[in-house]
Design a protein around this ligand. Structure first.
Ligand code: BEZ
Length: 217
């Protein structure tokens, strides 16, 4: 069955380049990104893992742990890590799950037989501190993902988990956000005493509350 937003991310225990990982314990009280790539020693995957390694400080700053996965074994992951470091200029600094038995891949429906019946597609699962799935993405093997976009989406997920707002198209942290329709104007007046900018009765913008909290704090 396909995992959907709001479902509990299936827990698992698996071997990785950083030892045995018990997924829910490993997440702890922060956030996690679990992502699959089709195969070690392949070109697009090499660029993706280098990019994630370079972005690790950005994930850390958001209290997000990253965890890669493919159907290769730990020895292959470790040998491939040398190529990633040499060609991408970044050493692997997060664990890669070894899933040769396709156990975790099956739990997360990462193998799409009509695309390829043995290799994982490029799946992404963002999991919150409550272990629920907050975002999913699926890309084919031939299309490398944009991990800056995943960070941008995490900024929105973390903001909207705390405040009754939504984020508009292409929003970035610090830009104005949207008051969700379920918040009446009366309720909004109490929350945002300095007011808001209404372009229509339902399109109401306010300053990013996390940006003002950072300034105030
Ligand atoms: C790649 O990472 O380059 C790749 C992997 C599997 C199929 C096609 C491309």
């Amino acid at each position: 069955m396909t995992l959907q937003l709001g479902d509990t991310a299936p827990d698992f225990t698996a071997e990785s380049t950083e030892g045995t990982i018990r997924f829910h314990d490993w997440i702890g009280d922060g956030w996690a990104v679990l992502f699959s790539h089709p195969k070690d020693f392949t070109p697009v995957c090499t660029t993706e893992l280098g990019a994630v390694a370079k972005l690790k400080p950005e994930f850390d700053a958001r209290r997000v742990k990253v965890l890669g996965l493919s159907v290769d074994g730990v020895a292959d992951h470790e040998a491939w890590a040398h190529d990633i470091e040499r060609t991408q200029g970044a050493a692997l600094n997060f664990p890669l799950i070894a899933d040769p038995g396709r156990r975790v891949s099956a739990l997360y429906s990462m193998i799409h037989p009509n695309a390829d019946d043995t290799l994982t597609v490029r799946s992404v699962f963002v999991v919150g501190p409550d272990k629920k799935i907050k975002l999913t993405l699926t890309y084919p093997a031939s299309t490398g993902r944009n991990f800056d976009e995943i960070l941008r989406a995490i900024d929105s997920l973390q903001l909207t988990a705390q405040h009754q707002v939504a984020t508009p198209v292409n929003w970035r942290h610090g830009e104005d956000v949207i008051i969700v329709p379920s918040v009446t104007d009366d309720a909004a007046r109490a929350k945002y005493p300095s007011g808001w900018r209404a372009e229509t009765p339902y399109l109401r913008y306010v300053a990013d509350p996390s940006a003002s909290a950072a300034v105030a704090g």
